[in-house]
Design a protein around this ligand. Structure first.
Ligand code: HEM
Length: 455
């Protein structure tokens, strides 16, 4: 018996309809507010209720605003990955990858990829993470202004590609991948929030650049797969696991699924980490006292030698700095689900087919959950304080069956990179830097430019 075949319990007859969020505009509903200032809009919704109805054009969408109900949503079998966000992603990145599959296919795909992300697999990536973190600090040694967007993308893509799809060819490909992914993500978000349909087919420079980058991304993935096959090698890595995976009937999975799986792992893996590195760089520049504390911890742990992967476990404060950055600047700031049957959340009726939305950004900044909620305070993650934080109030990697497989992988590299950066440099924003939050598929600074000052 599969989970899908379990008959849901009958719904209580007295379920209420969620209140409608205030502030809608006749004809347009809440859409214009969501487009104009999505973070502020999502952050204020809790004032209207635990679950609220939004009107986005003609459509009713349900927003969940409390930590416990976002947890209930993520853990319930009544909701799946679907909705406009996922459909746009599928259209561009492929339909058969783990990030958009549901049901038995999703469970099978998770079983295939999970071993590469298990806690005991992470030390195997240590030498590459270390090499990339030090290559980054080495590049800064010239003292030139850093374009944080491209540097962060470069290191995130290189670590994901080199660790998970190992191969000598990866150095040159990782550069191409970072350029392609940066352009694809920029264009994808535009296509989601401003769905102009055929206008995106016009031969305008921006459309051409987007199409070129998307085509190169898919071509690169084909090249990586073809070259691995031609090499006849089967290293113990994620790509081998994908190439050897079997479907539900024990048959090899198809070419399209292999392709889509590689895309579905590389794309979320690079944009999220890159955005978080940008915010960590921003934090080091804006909170020099925090940067000094990280540097002090690194020195105490390493005794002054270059920080190594093995040190990460001892870097408790640096880890808390990364967690606090993920709280205030969660790369994944909005998530959606679709109800597969008539169901209930927090005593409210949710009809089958309804789209549900929630924002980790709003949840993780909520004054009801966090003391001095907008303050950057890594010590709130110390053991004697962390117990005051409500369950599900901090979930940057999500929870339940769609939880990011890469939480350990990401935390290890982010902690190592933060330690290496703070140990070597102080950072200052330069004239022309724009650190305003840019809302896209992820959150990141618009155009952060920093000057590294050696310590
Ligand atoms: C899923 C966040 C890094 C691969 C997710 C989800 C979140 C998330 C919130 C769940 C989406 C949902 O519930 O609908 C993050 C953050 C990261 C990060 C904040 C780093 C700061 C990575 C990396 C990889 C990765 C490095 C791979 C190399 C994936 C995949 C999924 C996913 C494949 C889909 C899982 C599924 O649907 O079963 N991530 N992620 N992520 N992430 Fe990450």
């Amino acid at each position: 018996m599969t989970v899908e075949s379990v008959q849901p319990e009958a719904l209580a007859p007295d379920l209420r309809e969620p209140p409608r969020a205030g502030g809608g505009v006749p004809g347009l509903g809440h859409g214009w507010k969501l487009v104009r200032d999505p973070l502020a809009f999502m952050s204020r919704l809790r004032e209207h209720g635990d679950v609220v109805r939004l009107k986005l054009g003609p459509k009713t969408v349900y927003a969940v605003t409390t930590p416990d109900l976002t947890g209930a949503l993520a853990l319930s079998n009544d909701f799946i990955i679907a909705g406009p966000l996922w459909e746009s992603l599928e259209g561009l990145l492929g339909k058969e990858g783990v990030a958009t599959a549901n049901g038995p296919q999703h469970r099978r795909q998770r079983r295939t990829i999970q071993p590469a992300f298990r806690l005991d697999a992470i030390p195997g990536y240590g030498p590459i993470m270390e090499e990339e973190a030090h290559a980054l600090t080495e590049r800064l040694s010239a003292g030139e202004t850093i374009d944080c967007t491209s540097e962060s993308f470069r290191v995130a893509v290189r670590i994901a590609a080199r660790c998970l799809l190992r191969g000598n060819y990866m150095d040159e490909r990782a550069e191409r991948l970072s350029v392609a992914l940066a352009t694809v993500f920029r264009g994808m978000y535009r296509r989601m929030v401003v769905p102009l349909g055929p206008l995106y087919n016009l031969p305008l420079p921006a459309n051409r650049e987007f199409n070129r980058a998307l085509a190169d991304l898919h071509l690169l993935v084909d090249e990586i797969v073809a070259e691995r096959r031609a090499s006849g090698q089967k290293p113990n890595d994620l790509l081998t696991a994908l190439l050897e995976a079997k479907d539900e009937n024990g048959d090899p999975i198809g070419e399209q699924e292999i392709h889509d799986q590689v895309v579905a792992i590389l794309t979320p893996g690079s944009e999220t980490v890159a955005s978080t590195i940008m915010w960590l760089l921003h934090m080091l520049a804006e909170h020099p006292e925090q940067a000094d504390r990280v540097r002090d911890e690194v020195e105490a742990v390493t005794g002054g030698r270059p920080v190594a992967f093995e040190d990460v476990r001892g870097l408790r404060h640096t880890n808390n700095v990364v967690v606090e950055a993920l709280r205030l600047r969660p790369a994944v700031w909005i998530l959606t689900r679709r109800a597969v049957r008539d169901t209930e959340l927090g005593g409210y009726r949710i009809p089958a087919g309804a789209d549900i939305v929630y924002s980790p950004y709003a949840i993780q900044r909520d004054a009801k959950s966090y003391d001095r909620n907008l303050e950057f305070d890594p010590d709130r993650w110390l053991p004697d304080r962390v117990k005051d934080i409500p369950k599900h109030a901090m979930s940057p990697f999500s929870t339940g069956n769609r939880k990011c497989p890469s939480d350990h992988f990401s935390m290890a590299q982010l902690t190592l990179i933060t330690a290496a950066l703070a140990a070597g440099y102080r950072f200052e924003q330069v004239a022309g830097s724009n650190d305003a939050t840019r809302v896209g598929i992820t959150l990141r600074p618009h155009d952060l430019r920093l000057r590294p000052v050696p310590r």
